[in-house]
Design a protein around this ligand. Structure first.
Ligand SMILES: CC(=O)SCCNC(=O)CCNC(=O)[C@H](O)C(C)(C)COP(=O)(O)OP(=O)(O)OC[C@H]1O[C@@H](n2cnc3c(N)ncnc32)[C@H](O)[C@@H]1OP(=O)(O)O
Ligand SMILES: O=CC(=O)O
Ligand SMILES: [Mg+2]
Length: 538
């Protein structure tokens, strides 16, 4: 353990892990800056997290989410958010991805309008990944990032040809265990966003930009207000004008869908858009209704954006954003290019195309892709239907979304394959994550923390369905969904995975199975699988 800035035991900043050269990223002044953020905002973060728990207890007792009575004046008021800077006006295609140097260069060079460098759903937050990512972004912003591997040299294209950089820090629920302030872990969100601003805000301001963030997994306007206070404090501490830091908020929890206006309002000096984070949204739906036997969703593959409750969510987001002068960003199709199987590849690309077509037709101002090869396809679909830089003029006055529209589940079935796929995805994703890889292809789909969470929470809910006094759920062939079925799904899985060459996280498969076993047997649904998993990584 290396102690830094420690006035007396238990006080000051302690870094619990040491990597060669980390002092360059974490000089004493940066640690003081982070410690100040922690001391000012940790109390409020904890208050927000306990408000989440209290709200969930009410849902568990049968309450349903709804639009808030105390904020009706915000929803009814006539206001707009601050103007969008030129760099963020045209966001028709955004690529996202983890923050290792090769990905950063490939994404910035990809031809997408924007790149979201992701410390969240697609990054396993090992200390090494975090510092490597921060260093890669800092060096890229300075124009000097190069990377060599396998005899190939990666260099950045000229800046005017690069995607505009946005950064997604981790959510409020996560701690950064490697940085202790006065004996307590700093919030991961403060570490990621604070350190990024500390090193890059002035350089970006010199290029007429600013730190641009995507803010994940918010559940309420109070959580948005906390971000507003944090970002305003960062601006003040770094001598930046108020509003220089811009944000796009992911609406990816069910409670947040009822507070879109309120979230825009809480951040109105700096927010430029909302985004449909569909995968976490589905995860949040399952989590919110974990104890509601009338709201169990069918297997993951059947829960598509065409389902009415998800369509309602995206249309309400578009209508709300456009009324307030903000972008309504779409989300991620899980399909990725498939090499070596032309027919399967054509089918995957057709699904991505249909998804992007749905988004642009509905009124979204831009979309996400997971892989550079999908950029031309997404661009073509948006170019054909969105001649301007965005389509905020599309008011969607025809849309009228009620509480029931947002909470009424889609119906369908659970097949044996759907059940077993959830098991396999959980095991493989957890194994990869424990090995430090937060985004992997599984059966030709992009899997990250959000998609894996759907699989994990579905398994828990299906397996605990009978806890509420109902008969156990059945598969579509009549087989009861119980722990025997889970055990059967796990038999043979390690051997099958062991036979796969280059399986990400191969050395962690039995640890992952152990974790899945504990997570599914637990009486209470764990809030996030990354919370227990984080305690097992460096
Ligand atoms: C729910 C959500 O939160 S969505 C947002 C979070 N998820 C993401 O951001 C997904 C990011 N995507 C990825 O990580 C990857 O595309 C994966 C894991 C899905 C697939 O990865 P791979 O199988 O390695 O892809 P593949 O081998 O086809 O990659 C080909 C090239 O494209 C690059 N590439 C692939 N995806 C990306 C990306 N998102 N950004 C930049 N470069 C990329 C690879 O680095 C590789 O480069 P190289 O030829 O120079 O070696
Ligand atoms: O972050 C995006 C999502 O879909 O979740
Ligand atoms: Mg997400």
């Amino acid at each position: 353990m290396s102690a830094v800035l420690q006035a007396r035991p238990g006080q000051g900043v302690v870094i619990t892990h040491h990597l060669p050269g980390q002092e360059r990223l974490l000089p004493a002044a940066a640690l003081e800056f982070l410690a100040d953020l922690h001391r000012r905002f940790e109390g409020e973060r904890q208050a927000r997290l306990s408000a989440r728990r209290a709200r969930q207890q009410a849902f568990d007792a049968g309450a349903l989410p709804d639009f808030r009575a105390d904020t009706a004046h915000i929803r009814q008021g006539d206001w707009t958010v601050a103007p969008t800077p030129a760099a963020l006006l045209d966001r028709r295609v955004e690529i996202t991805g983890p923050v290792d140097p090769k990905m950063v260069i490939n994404a910035l060079n990809s031809g997408a309008n924007c790149y979201m460098a992701d410390f969240e759903d697609s990054t396993a937050p090992t200390w090494s990944n975090l510092l490597t990512g921060q260093q890669a972004l800092r060096t890229a912003i300075a124009g000097a990032l190069v990377f060599e591997a396998g005899g190939k040299r990666y260099e950045l294209r000229p800046e005017r040809e690069q995607a505009v950089l946005l950064v997604r820090p981790r959510g409020w629920h996560l701690d950064e265990k490697h940085v202790l302030v006065d004996g307590a872990r700093i919030a991961a969100a403060l570490f990621d966003a604070g350190l990024f601003c500390y090193h890059n805000a002035h350089v970006l301001a010199g290029k007429a930009r600013g730190p641009y963030f995507y803010l994940p997994k918010l559940q309420s306007m109070e959580e948005a207000a906390l971000w507003e206070q944090v970002l305003a404090a960062i601006e003040a501490a770094l001598g930046l004008p108020h509003g220089q830091i811009k944000v796009t908020v992911l609406i990816e929890t069910l409670p947040a869908a009822f507070e879109m206006d309120e979230i825009l309002h809480a951040l109105k000096d700096r927010i430029v858009g909302l985004n449909c984070g569909r995968w976490d949204y589905i995860f949040s739906y399952i989590k919110t209704f974990r104890r509601h036997s009338d709201k169990v969703l069918p297997e993951r593959g059947q829960v598509t954006m065409a389902q009415p409750f998800l369509r309602a969510y995206s249309e309400l987001l578009i209508q709300t954003c456009h009324r307030r002068g903000a972008h309504a960003m779409g989300g991620m199709a899980a399909q990725i290019p498939i090499s070596g199987d032309a027919d399967a590849n054509t089918a995957a690309l057709a699904r991505v195309r249909a998804d992007k077509l749905r988004e642009v037709t509905a009124g979204h101002d831009g979309t996400w892709v997971a892989h550079p090869a999908l950029i031309p396809l997404a661009r073509e679909v948006f170019d054909a239907r969105m001649p301007g830089p965005h389509q905020r003029q599309v008011a969607r006055a025809d849309v009228s979304v009620s509480r029931d529209d947002l909470i009424t589940p889609s119906r369908g079935t659970i097949s044996r394959q759907g059940f077993e796929n959830n098991v396999e995805v959980c095991v493989r994703y957890l194994a990869a994550w424990l090995a430090g890889n937060g985004c992997v292809p599984i059966h030709h789909l992009m899997e990250d923390a959000a998609t894996a969470e759907i699989a994990r929470t579905q398994l828990w809910q299906w397996l605990h369905f009978a806890d509420g006094g109902s008969e156990p759920l059945s598969l579509d062939d009549g087989t009861p969904v119980d722990f025997v079925l889970l055990e059967r799904a796990l038999i043979g899985l390690p051997a099958r995975l062991a036979a796969q060459p280059n399986l990400p996280g191969a050395g962690h498969v039995s640890e992952a199975i152990g974790m899945l076993d504990r997570l599914t047997h637990a009486e209470e649904l764990a809030e996030f699988l990354t919370l227990p998993a984080y305690e097992r990584i460096d």
